[in-house]
Design a protein around this ligand. Structure first.
Ligand SMILES: NC(=O)C1=CN([C@@H]2O[C@H](COP(=O)(O)OP(=O)(O)OC[C@H]3O[C@@H](n4cnc5c(N)ncnc54)[C@H](O)[C@@H]3O)[C@@H](O)[C@H]2O)[C@@H](O)CC1
Ligand SMILES: [K+]
Length: 490
């Protein structure tokens, strides 16, 4: 994977290290602040040429410094500008103090700002340095601005959003546009932060890319760049056995639809062969619904054990509509030496038995991908889920390490994480993707990619992206069946 600035993001702590590296290399930090503030003023003028007044709200750190630069640049361009400051402007230090000195506009106290129609707010209260809940004064002005509906252009991040987690620290602006610098941060990608950034502009303030890449961990935005070099595995010219055999387990006769959705999605996503493994009681129902998908009777562990002697059976999906309980646990523990997508009931079945599962995966060394949503994540990783200090990315990373599997932590901001710590955040999913059966479809796509030989992290990330594209193509009225039909080729 090529490590380029185009798809990586960095934590606020990593960005602080990048800033330090840039300063040590001799780059003038004030020139970076000047670039940052000027970029913000340019964005504000471009987006709001008809603004009656730009109101710059400046905080006590370098985010505020960017605000003073932006205010001065807006004033120089002939716009009407007012500045309000949080805290005592005379106490600003370093570059921020210098920026304020160079701004001819006298700041008023933050309390004094009452939004007026025609205002555009430049939010420079807090950026990456927000370390705790926003103070009361800031909370009050945030409330007034959000209630007034005047547009907000945020510097680096909407103030109140935690750059590491995307959480709201007491209150936050809801920005129409956010200008951040060099690379996005988790707070731009994770919910609820992402929804409060508006459009995001990543502006290059002139720090050489190698400094950013040098400090970046293994965090990526889930774009094809992340996994496209493994697409050779999905060559449609390959023989159907080489394109992999995917087996999907089905539950009892009352809930067979979910597994059939996974199977159909697996076939559409490119698996050469797909078999639905069904208990006797559901065979007739399944037979009446299936055409290209094959059917196999697997009615208990003896059947499964006999079937698994066929080593060409490399990849399995277990969970959709399977039913929670001992059968699920028994089956899953037999599959830990293969490639396995563990979804839905397959995950829930290991509530309070999770250690047995994680130990088995470690012993058998299979390629397991687990696809929990929030509720399932809490059932199988209760300790990690309860740790409120962790971001969603950090939770997925911890879960991957603990379970020796790739975790697809689902939601509007699905995180894919590997035991190594490599992680990706997905950003292409439309809200209507959260439809009944959508997760079953995703499990099938992951299974198809695994069956075709993609490594598990890439198989999962590519599937999540493809699922999002299918949602976009299917449109607002998407059903799970439509997602399958709308899935783009890779
Ligand atoms: N080379 C650099 O370091 C650059 C930094 N830039 C800007 O600098 C920002 C980061 O600057 P800082 O690290 O100074 O951080 P911030 O300006 O985001 O905030 C830090 C300041 O706020 C205080 N603070 C934090 N949380 C608080 C709370 N809840 N209540 C009250 N006070 C609180 C801190 O004590 C500190 O004084 C970035 O977001 C970006 O806008 C840009 O100028 C580009 C260059
Ligand atoms: K801000």
């Amino acid at each position: 994977m090529s490590q380029t600035l185009s798809n990586i993001f960095v934590t606020p702590a990593e960005m602080t290290s990048v800033d330090k590296d840039a300063a040590h290399s001799g780059i003038d930090s004030f020139s970076l602040m000047r670039s940052a503030g000027t970029a913000v003023s340019a964005a504000a003028l471009r987006l709001y040429p008809g603004a009656l007044r730009f109101v710059t709200l400046c905080g006590p750190g370098n985010n505020g410094g960017d605000g003073y630069v932006a205010a001065a640049a807006l004033a120089e361009s002939g716009a009407c500008v007012t500045v309000f400051a949080l805290g005592e402007p005379a106490k600003l230090k370093g570059d921020a103090a210098r920026a304020r000195e160079r701004c001819a506009l006298a700041p008023g106290p933050l309390d004094g700002y009452e939004p007026q129609p025609g205002d555009v707010v430049i939010d420079a209260l807090f950026g990456a340095g927000l370390a705790r809940e926003v103070p009361k004064q800031a909370r009050n002005v945030i409330g007034r601005v959000n209630a007034s509906g005047v547009p907000v252009v945020a510097v680096d991040l909407p103030s109140g959003i935690d750059g590491r987690t995307g959480e709201i620290r007491g209150a936050s602006f809801v920005a129409a546009h956010t200008v951040t610098f060099m690379a996005p941060k988790p707070g731009h990608l994770l919910m609820p932060g992402r929804a409060r950034c508006g459009t995001i502009e990543v502006f290059d303030i002139g720090i050489p890319g190698r400094f950013v890449v040098g400090r970046a961990g293994d965090l990526h935005i889930n774009t094809p760049t992340l996994w496209e070099e493994h697409l050779g595995a999905l060559d449609p010219e390959a023989h159907k056995y080489k394109r992999g055999h995917l087996a999907v387990f089905c539950g009892g006769s009352a809930s067979t639809g979910a597994a059939r959705l996974s199977a159909a999605a697996g076939l559409r996503a490119g698996a050469g062969l797909v078999t639905l493994a069904s208990p006797v009681e559901a065979l007739a129902t399944n037979a009446s619904h299936l055409t290209a998908v094959m059917l196999k009777e697997i009615d208990g562990t003896a059947d499964l054990s006999a079937w698994l002697k066929d080593k060409r059976l490399s990849t399995f999906v277990l969970g959709p509509g399977f039913g929670v309980g001992k059968t699920a646990r028994d089956f899953v523990l037999m599959l830990c030496d293969r490639a396995l997508v563990l979804d839905a009931d397959g995950i829930t079945s290991f509530k309070e038995a999770e250690e047995q599962l994680f130990d088995r995966i470690a012993e058998e060394g299979g390629e397991v991908v687990m696809t929990p949503h929030d509720g399932e994540f809490g059932r199988i990783f209760p300790g990690i889920a309860a740790d409120t200090a962790l971001s969603k990315i950090e939770k997925a990373q911890a879960a991957a390490k603990l379970s020796h599997s790739v975790i697809v932590y689902k939601g509007p901001d699905t995180v894919i994480a590997a035991p190594s710590g490599r992680a990706a955040v997905n950003v292409n999913a439309p809200p209507w993707l959260a439809t009944a059966g959508s997760g079953d479809v995703l499990a099938g796509i992951i299974g198809a990619h695994l069956a075709q030989g993609m490594p598990s992290f890439e198989a999962a990330a590519a599937a999540v992206w493809r699922h999002g594209e299918a949602g976009v193509a299917a449109g607002r009225t998407a059903t799970a069946e439509m997602l399958i039909e709308s899935m783009p080729p890779l």
